[in-house]
Write a protein that binds this ligand. Structure first.
Ligand SMILES: O=C(CO)[C@@H](O)[C@H](O)[C@H](O)[C@H](O)COP(=O)(O)O
Ligand SMILES: [Zn+2]
Length: 197
């Protein structure tokens, strides 16, 4: 059955990517540095802002939800906000200033020094994501880029750049998802260590 073959191939491709990621020292180190930056921001009163388009918008919302609500266990909420969710804000900025300003305008309005911006773009070349990174830099906000392929313009615009070693948008997104969950788990454990008896 062609369908079964396709499904097996998709699973195998992702499994091979995840194995490559596990052996990618630069990728693992960059992710650990991103976690440290987020922990430092949260410990000093900062917040985490996240942005991205399409599936990466879903990632931004997914990870913000896990920080504000909970990831693995009950604890107080952590301050995180996805810049992809308020349809009034998004349509106003898009209509008045254009889509390229969707996230940058919100970073300018909501971001303060000591925050972290997590910007997600598989190509590394989405203009609205790049503009958000530039806006964050202008406000001295730490920047973390999640990307893939050659990273496009993201490595140059991010303090920490996490590059999934794949050229496929869905595979890159799947890699991001694993690292996003690791990031949430490590932040939760560091800020609210579980008491063991
Ligand atoms: O989820 C997917 C593909 O898996 C799409 O919605 C994808 O996110 C969109 O095409 C995005 O606009 C791609 O933007 P980017 O990742 O290159 O910044
Ligand atoms: Zn999740």
């Amino acid at each position: 059955m062609a369908g079964v073959t396709f499904v097996r191939a998709a699973i195998t491709e992702t499994a091979e990517l995840l194995a490559a990621m596990a052996g990618d020292d630069a990728l693992c180190a960059a992710t650990a540095r991103a976690v440290d930056a987020c922990i430092a921001a949260l410990r000093t009163g900062g917040k985490i802002m996240l942005c991205g388009n399409g599936g990466s918008a879903a990632d931004a919302q997914h990870w913000a939800g896990e920080l504000v609500s909970r990831f693995c266990y009950d604890r107080p909420g952590l301050p995180a906000i996805a810049l992809t969710t308020d349809s009034s804000i998004l349509t106003a900025i898009g209509n008045d200033y254009g889509n390229d300003r969707l996230f940058a305008r919100q970073v300018e309005a909501l971001g303060t020094r000591g925050d972290v911006l997590i910007a997600i773009s598989t190509s590394g070349n989405s203009p609205n994501v790049l503009a958000a990174l530039e806006a964050a830099r202008a406000k001295d906000i730490a920047t973390v880029g999640f990307t893939g392929r050659d990273g496009g313009r993201m490595p140059a615009l991010s303090d920490i750049c996490i590059q999934i070693p794949s050229g496929s948008t869905p595979r890159i997104q799947e890699g991001h998802e694993v690292l996003g969950h690791a990031l949430c788990a490590m932040i939760e454990a560091a800020i609210f260590p579980r008491q063991t008896v």
